[in-house]
Design a protein around this ligand. Structure first.
Ligand SMILES: CNc1nc2c(CCNC[C@]34C[C@H]5C[C@H](C[C@H](C5)C3)C4)c3nc(N)[nH]c(=O)c3cc2[nH]1
Ligand SMILES: [Zn+2]
Length: 391
């Protein structure tokens, strides 16, 4: 694989220009150390150094501009000693465009009771081999430095929507959300100090927390603004809260994010969430749905969702989505994909992942084009009508 050409790093690792706005929606251009990204953008998610079942050449073909890496898992396996000689994740996984890595905080949080959170960081047993591990803001920065990701996320605590086990259903209190938000702010400062000590040439993003409390969201944003990160993410959403709650918080904080910086909504979401997010000032999205749902035969199309396992598709000669130009829709029928799914053939998830990712990337391309033409609101109405039509 070609060695990454020597690049002159960008100041603070990125440049961002807002080309057009329509309400709170923005059409932008994000220049990172490994290339340019047109926004709004969906970022396919890699988990173990690959977007499951999809080759990097296919990702390029479908127009992916930036993908996610997985700090937590890559730290455990293959580990930094393997990745360091490659100069980072790009050469290791054969993706030479921009990569964003999350800090690992969200995943440790998802480990549930196997973790112990303190001011210092998070102690937990490795799900890979049971080793006792300690993830701190500093260690997260050191791992992401080795991965050489273009966008580095601060180590934060994703404030839960429900405290304790789901059964109890106790909502996180304002006091708990405040403590968690302030912990993430202290960790943001520690991340910035370590990032600078490492002389990382990439971009470090802060993450806004505050749970479902808009005044805590404002305090989190104000605290992060003092640290002047080149980009900001909205965390602590899509964590089991009702859709209305997510929208309420998003409509509050999205328009309040600094206009000249890129805005990343973490872990969101459905096609409808992406369009709603753009309307509230979001530029970047990541979500496991396109790939995870593809493996479960849950396909997204312009006219609604499709469950491939349903017997009605056994003889259906049409493509998944007549309006889709992806490799899967161009070459295969619903009947064939239904058959692969029934047989458990590995080509099935590969073809359905190509379609779902292509659908998400194409949706965001249409959003960008509608913003270029000043027609995003009209596009948003047509999108909702089409999606309600049914496949
Ligand atoms: C789904 N809802 C949601 N996600 C969230 C994430 C992870 C974003 N995706 C990165 C990720 C997470 C997993 C799965 C893949 C690969 C890798 C491990 C990185 C995407 C979040 N990450 C951080 N650091 N903080 C959050 O508050 C947060 C909130 C979320 N709410
Ligand atoms: Zn398709």
């Amino acid at each position: 694989p070609s060695s990454a050409s020597a690049r002159i790093p960008l100041p603070s690792g990125l440049q961002f220009e807002v080309l057009k706005t329509e309400g709170h929606a923005r059409r932008g251009r994000l220049t990172l150390n490994h290339g340019v990204v047109e926004t709004p953008i969906f970022m396919p998610v890699g988990t173990y150094g690959t977007v499951k079942g999809v080759m990097p050449r296919s990702l390029e073909e479908m127009g992916a501009q930036i993908i996610l890496g997985n700090t937590f898992h890559l730290w455990l396996r293959p580990g930094m000693d393997v990745l360091r000689p490659f100069g980072g994740l790009h050469r290791f996984e054969g993706w030479h465009k921009p990569i964003l890595t999350d800090s690992g905080g969200f995943q440790v949080w998802s480990l549930g009771d196997m973790r112990k959170i303190s001011e210092e960081g998070v102690k937990f047993a490795s799900p890979v081999n049971g080793d006792k591990l300690f993830l701190t803001p500093e260690v997260s920065m050191q791992i992401q430095h080795v991965l050489n990701s273009d966008v580095v996320m601060q180590f934060d605590e994703c404030t839960p929507y429900i405290m304790g086990d789901k059964a109890s259903g106790r909502l996180t209190t304002e006091k708990e959300a405040r403590y968690s938000m302030e912990l993430s702010l202290r960790w943001a400062k520690r991340c910035q100090l370590e990032f600078e000590r490492l002389q990382n040439p990439n971009a470090l993003f802060g993450i806004v927390q505050g749970g479902m409390f808009t005044h805590l969201r404002d305090e989190s944003l104000a605290g992060l603004e003092l640290l002047d990160f080149p980009g900001l993410a909205v965390g602590g959403l899509s964590v089991g809260e009702p859709k209305a709650e997510m929208l309420r918080v998003l409509e509050h904080i999205g328009p309040r994010l600094p206009a000249h910086k890129p805005h990343y909504l973490m872990g969101v979401g459905t096609p409808e969430d992406l369009v709603d997010g753009v309307a509230n000032g979001i530029d970047m999205f990541d979500c496991v749905m396109p790939t995870r749902n593809a493996r479960n035969g849950h396909l997204f199309t312009r006219y609604g969702d499709l469950r491939l396992r349903n017997t009605r598709y056994k003889t259906d000669e049409r493509p998944l989505d007549e309006s889709c130009s992806c490799y899967t829709c161009t070459n295969f029928s619903r009947a064939y994909l239904h058959h692969l799914d029934r047989c458990g053939e590995m080509l099935g998830p590969m073809l359905t992942s190509v379609h779902n990712l292509h659908y998400y990337l194409d949706l965001m391309r249409e959003v960008r084009e509608s913003l270029d033409a000043g027609g995003f609101e009209a596009f948003r109405r047509q999108f909702a009508t089409d999606r309600a039509r049914g496949v």
